[in-house]
Every structure is written in structure tokens, then in C-alpha cells.
Design a protein around this ligand. Structure first.
Ligand code: HEM
Length: 187
């Protein structure tokens, strides 16, 4: 049977996949990509998908550390999940994960109430996504999924998954910046 630590690790990986999808969809929304006129040439509400992947990712990222509370081997208490600075293993790396989580929660909440901020202020707040992504990517790469403080195995399948997600977000962001600049300089 799968242990709570393994389950938590799998849920963490799903959260990374969902947040990556969410960021890539957000980048497409920001350039006004039209899936009806271009690929996949179907009516497809990008904005709705972007919102829902955000909500589901936040729920998944919440579940990931909560599952650890059900493992006697992990030895995590509620305080170690809320503020992992004194958590049993890799406290610094876990604190980075918690930071990523709080930042994702901030982005989702401010987006839900975006009308209260006005577009310009909300957009500025929304850039917090990049800080959140940096935190959860580093956390996902540096944690030992067995909680044994082992050095990172960079070619382990789970770590390769996180590396690919990080690469996708980095390339999407660079592409977005170049695309935005070209549009601004267009005659
Ligand atoms: C309160 C917040 C968090 C805490 C306390 C925490 C804690 C941990 C711990 C103890 C591990 C190692 C054991 C395990 O694999 O379960 C871990 C791994 C991991 N976490 Fe988190 N985490 C938090 C937030 C996040 C967030 C927001 C994400 C991503 C969206 C994330 C993604 C991952 C990934 C991908 C792994 C590694 C899985 C692997 O290599 O197999 N975590 N986390």
C-alpha cells in the first residue's frame, strides 16, 4: 500500500503540473490568444480554464502538506505545516514550499476579488505568480521525497518532471516578454 509520505509527494507533483498549466494558460490569456481562430480551432474558454486550474491547484497544494499529518514516520505537526521553519526534515526547503503556497493563495484570492482592486493594481499583484513559481519549483526540486535528507537525484523521474515544468514556464515567460515587446513596437 502507498504510504502517506509517498501520497503527499505524488500530490505535490500534481500541484506542480497544475500550476504549470495554469501559468501557461495565463500567458496565452495575456496575449489575447484566440483558440477559435488558431489551434485547436475550437470554441474554448481559455480564461475559464485558467481560473479553474488555479482553484484546483490551490486545493491540491493545500492537500499535499496536510497528508503528511497522517504519517507517524514523517512526524509533522500542524505548526510544521503552517510554518515549517522547525519541521523535522529540511526545514528551510519546506519553508520555501510554504512560502510558495501562501503566495499562490494570495494570487488566487486577489484574482477572485480583482474588481475591488481595478485592473492596473490587480495586474501588478498578479505578478506575484512568478515569485510563487520560483518558490515551489525550488522546493519541489530540493526536497527529499523520502524525508531522509538525501542529496537531490536530478535525473530521478519526479525531479525530471519538475525540471520540465520549470523549463516550460521559463520559456513561456521569455516568449511572452518578446511577444509583448514586438506588439508595443508594431507600427
Ligand atoms: C505548507 C506548504 C508545504 C509544505 C510544508 C511542504 C512539505 C513538503 C515535504 C515535507 C516534502 C517531502 C516529502 C514529500 O514528498 O511529501 C515535499 C515535497 C514536494 N513538494 Fe511540498 N510542501 C509545501 C508546499 C508545496 C507546494 C505549494 C508545492 C507545489 C505547488 C509543493 C510541491 C512539492 C513537490 C513537487 C515535492 C517533491 C516530490 C518528489 O520529488 O517526489 N509543495 N513538500
Amino acid at each position: 500500500m502507498i504510504s502517506a509520505i509517498e501520497l503527499s509527494s505524488d500530490i505535490g507533483l500534481v500541484a506542480v503540473g497544475l500550476l504549470t498549466t495554469n501559468i501557461l494558460l495565463g500567458l496565452l490569456v495575456s496575449i489575447g490568444y484566440n483558440p477559435t481562430r488558431r489551434w485547436p480551432r475550437r470554441r474554448f474558454k481559455l480564461f475559464t480554464f485558467h481560473n479553474w486550474t488555479g482553484y484546483i491547484a490551490l486545493a491540491t497544494a493545500t492537500l499535499h502538506p496536510v497528508v503528511l499529518l497522517f504519517s507517524a514516520a514523517a512526524g509533522f505537526r500542524i505548526v510544521d505545516v503552517l510554518a515549517p521553519i522547525t519541521s523535522p526534515s529540511q526545514p528551510l526547503v519546506n519553508t520555501l514550499g510554504a512560502g510558495g503556497f501562501y503566495l499562490v493563495a494570495f494570487v488566487v484570492l486577489t484574482s477572485y476579488f480583482r474588481h475591488a482592486f481595478g485592473f492596473h493594481r490587480w495586474k501588478q499583484l498578479h505578478y506575484t505568480t512568478y515569485a510563487a513559481a520560483s518558490a515551489f519549483f525550488i522546493h519541489g526540486l530540493l526536497t527529499d521525497p523520502e524525508l531522509k535528507n538525501r542529496p537531490v537525484n536530478w535525473i530521478d523521474a519526479e525531479k525530471v518532471f519538475v525540471e520540465v515544468c520549470m523549463l516550460l514556464v521559463a520559456s513561456g515567460t521569455i516568449w511572452r516578454v518578446i511577444h509583448g515587446r514586438r506588439r508595443r513596437h508594431a507600427p
